[in-house]
Design a protein around this ligand. Structure first.
Ligand code: 4MI
Length: 417
């Protein structure tokens, strides 16, 4: 990466960048950068509180304080022009915008209130027992196979993918058929927040089909009674939302609720596999489980980045970001900013990770975070009971995505208690 203090009008759309703003020609969405993003994050944090990324003609925030401030200031850093690189002021979105993620108040609020209620810790209580039993089943099944305790098994697929796919679609109320579309649809959607690079191109073969399937599952008659989907639709009977809004809110659940939790569980598995002393600690003190997931989300940041758009000329420190400019928020970098975190690169269960921005912050903060925590806790509870030590038996391999930090392969061996 090169950073200079002179600004150059590097892209067609970008206006003059204030002279004191450091400019970087690094590409955060290049495959080699996605494979190992933390060096770029450090360089951007060190370059200054606001950096201009000349390749894309966007501003970037990589320090905790600025990211946090911008996330909370939804009036100045709006979401309704899209939270990807594409600017809905100038470009047609590839799918109808989300009523939550890609909306600002007041449009954002009714859908948000409905999902908050449907996904509240109180509403999820009825699921806990079943999910813990399901996690025990899954772990027992795995442990009954010789490979799990002797050779090695594919934890990215057999746990991180398998568990959310076992419990979440049922909780939404989806039919059994077609569930294999969920991960590819989500993966493409998260790629599509970035530039139209080869990762996005890879999805073009299936996205017509998979997004049509997802859209079809949002219809009221398709969704099982009592699931999250039916509860969203029920909110249209009471007038909290309109019947036109309901299917798009269900779509949000299906888009945001699968890949994210898969990679969140992947993160906590990797954290323990690569930090065996932390696993020992949580085995000795199971109440640390709750903090383990949030620390893993801080440490790995399954959702690495999101964009906002400047609404009016917006001041950040002594930089004015002009109206309509895109601002890239490096959540992952904020979560490892040494200005905010002691020893930020260490996965450490003795720290308090609260305040991390892995779930965002402010009015858009992840509305599904209690679902994600419950899934992760169920899996880890089952593991703690039967697995004494988690061993990484091969080099794990990343799954690359323009937005997500993910694993394609994580070969583990479990040593039973
Ligand atoms: C932060 S992940 C995410 C959240 C919401 C949506 C998609 C992804 C959506 O479509 O509403």
């Amino acid at each position: 990466m090169t950073t200079t203090s002179t600004s150059t009008p590097a892209t067609s759309r970008a206006r003059a960048v204030p002279a004191h703003v450091p400019v970087s020609d690094a590409d955060p969405f290049a495959l080699d950068t996605l494979a190992d993003p933390n060096p770029l994050h450090e360089a951007l944090r060190e370059a200054g509180p606001v950096v201009h990324l000349s390749r894309y003609g966007v501003y970037a925030l990589a320090r905790y304080e600025e990211v946090h401030t911008a996330l909370v200031d939804w009036q100045s850093f709006c979401s309704s022009a899209g939270v990807g690189l594409s600017n809905f002021r100038h470009e047609e979105p590839w799918r109808p915008p989300s009523l939550l993620l890609e909306a600002d108040p007041p449009r954002h609020d009714a859908p948000r209130v409905v999902l908050e209620k449907v996904l509240s810790p109180r509403a999820l209580r009825r699921l806990r027992e079943r999910w813990v039993a399901d996690a025990h089943d899954l772990v027992d099944d795995l442990l009954s196979r010789p490979a799990t305790t002797r050779g090695g098994f594919e934890a990215a697929r057999e746990i991180a993918q398998a568990f959310p796919l076992r419990v979440f679609p049922d909780a939404v109320g989806l039919p059994a058929e077609g569930r294999e579309n969920l991960l590819p649809y989500g993966d493409h959607t998260f790629n599509a927040f970035g530039p139209p690079n080869e990762l996005v191109a890879r999805g073009t073969g299936h996205i017509g089909r998979t997004s049509a399937w997802v859209a079809a599952q949002c219809a009221r008659e398709v969704l099982a009674p009592e699931g999250f989907g039916a509860q969203i639709w029920a909110a249209s009977d009471t007038g909290d939302i309109s019947p036109q809004q309901a299917p798009l809110i269900v779509r949000s659940l299906l888009t945001a609720g699968v890949d994210t939790t898969v990679h969140g569980i992947g993160a906590v598995l990797y954290a323990f596999a690569s930090n065996p002393e932390q696993y020992e600690r949580v085995r000795a003190e199971p109440r640390l489980l709750r903090v383990a997931f949030d620390e893993a989300v801080r440490w790995e940041s399954p959702v690495q980045t999101f964009f906002r758009t400047a609404e009016g000329d917006v001041r950040i420190g002594d930089t004015v970001v002009p109206d309509g400019e895109k601002v890239l928020m490096f959540l992952a970098s904020a979560n490892r900013d040494p200005r905010r975190w002691e020893d930020p690169d260490t996965f450490d269960l003795t720290r308090d990770p609260s305040g991390h921005v892995g779930f965002g912050m402010g009015i858009h903060q992840c509305v599904g975070q209690h679902v994600a925590r419950l899934e992760a806790e169920a899996v880890m509870t089952a593991l703690l009971e039967r697995v004494e030590r988690i061993e990484l038996v091969g080099e794990p391999r990343r799954h690359l995505n323009n937005t997500l930090r993910a694993w394609a392969s994580m070969p583990l061996r479990f040593h039973t208690a």
